[in-house]
Design a protein around this ligand. Structure first.
Ligand SMILES: [Mn+2]
Length: 385
């Protein structure tokens, strides 16, 4: 075997509640997430990877459903290769957790302590170091200045930890500590939206397997890591990795400037053009935010815009436009309209965009009410159809 092929996943969060969705859709998403996990396992099998790493948060909560646990057991037992699991903050290896029950097949290797330990796979020439969260919080650092063995085997570190803050309660570790530990590849879990290249070669977060909210936008998946062989201890080995999409759906958040729009038709046209230019399909949950300065006569009813997103899986519109008020006519208006405008004027010209937005909304509601019009609901509504 010239090259070791390792599939690195984590942050799957099976059985997530998907609380942002109605109960029917949340159930669909939970099933889809199990399906995405199954696709990943099928890939590992058909591509005959040498090793599968699950770097924490396979479950969203410590007590997984029986159905999900059976699925995991079944999928692992179908694999020929070892599966190393490093429980994270969401699925810690506490007393009584599923990880401490003797239900997993022989090819599952599960870390169960906050101390650094390792599993060795002599046939593969690989040693996998790691640890487990034993409680949802972990402030200690299992590396503690230790170093990986230097005996010619390929060393992997597979763990759930937080490189983003020394104050983290999810096992804060620094990049320098990882470097001096000296593993050939550090397979990490915890950060759901990793930026490629952020930590230099040999250190990577796999990210989540499916986005579950607008905090987790874009396509999601796992990492396929390929590591060359070492002919002598101490020799550098080539490490290459690439991301493979497994997510069935994706969340996207977009901003559309609609400056100068005067009537709803114009707005609809701009949105329709944008949606077709982005080629969003039925896998997309889109949150579209409208911005820009629009005519004061344009009253945006976001609910009326939602049918434009019928092709998408889910579509919501937020209105953050600011009306261009005819300031000179309003300020010289001798009626209560003018008085109302003068009160809001300092806020309308505030340097704080939030304050300007609030003042604009107040002015719009107020003038509509004074004109005896019914007040349109300007809040963002979500269509889920
Ligand atoms: Mn996670």
């Amino acid at each position: 075997m010239d090259t070791l092929r390792i599939l690195h996943t984590g942050d799957v969060h099976l059985d997530s509640p998907f609380s942002g969705l109605d109960s029917g859709r949340a159930e669909v998403r939970r099933n889809e997430l199990r399906g995405t996990f199954t696709s990943l396992m099928t890939y590992a099998r058909t591509e005959k990877v040498d090793l599968l790493l699950i770097t924490g948060d396979l479950f969203d909560v410590g007590f997984a459903t029986r159905e999900t646990v059976s699925l995991i057991i079944r999928e692992i037992s179908k694999l020929k290769c070892p599966v190393v699991i490093s429980p994270g903050n969401h699925d810690c290896a506490s007393e009584g957790s599923v990880w401490r029950r003797n239900v997993f097949p022989d090819n599952a290797f599960i870390f169960n302590s906050e101390e650094l330990s390792s599993f060795e796979f002599p046939d593969l020439g690989v040693r996998v170091y790691g640890w487990a969260f034993e409680k949802p919080m972990m402030r200690g650092n299992p590396l503690g200045g230790r170093r990986a063995e230097n005996d010619g085997m390929v060393n992997i570190l597979s763990a759930h930890c937080d490189l983003t803050s020394p104050l983290s309660t999810s096992c804060p570790v620094t990049e320098d500590e990882l470097r001096s530990f000296g593993a050939d590849y550090c397979a990490l879990g915890h950060v759901h939206n990793p930026v490629d290249g952020r930590y230099g070669p040999g250190i990577a977060y796999c990210g989540c397997l499916e986005g579950r909210s607008f905090d987790e936008t874009g396509p999601k998946g796992a990492i396929l890591c390929e590591i060359g062989r070492r002919s002598a201890p101490g020799e550098e080995v080539p490490v290459r990795y690439s991301r493979i999409r497994f997510s069935k759906r994706r969340y996207e958040s977009a901003i559309l400037p609609v400056d100068g729009a005067t009537v709803e038709e114009e707005l609809k046209e701009k949105i329709a053009d944008f949606l077709s230019s982005e080629k969003y399909g039925d896998d997309v949950t889109l949150r579209l935010t409208l911005t820009g300065a629009v005519s004061e006569d344009l009253k945006i009813d976001t609910a009326a815009l939602l049918p434009l997103g019928d092709r998408l899986w889910s579509f919501s519109v937020a209105d953050e436009t600011v009306p261009i008020w005819n300031a000179s006519s309003l300020s010289s208006d001798p009626t209560v309209r003018g008085e109302f405008y003068k009160i809001l004027e300092p806020m309308l010209n505030s340097s704080d965009p939030k304050e300007r937005k609030t003042a604009s909304a107040a002015l719009r509601y107020g003038l509509s009410a004074l004109a005896g019009e019914s007040v349109v609901d300007f809040g963002g509504k979500e269509r889920q159809g």
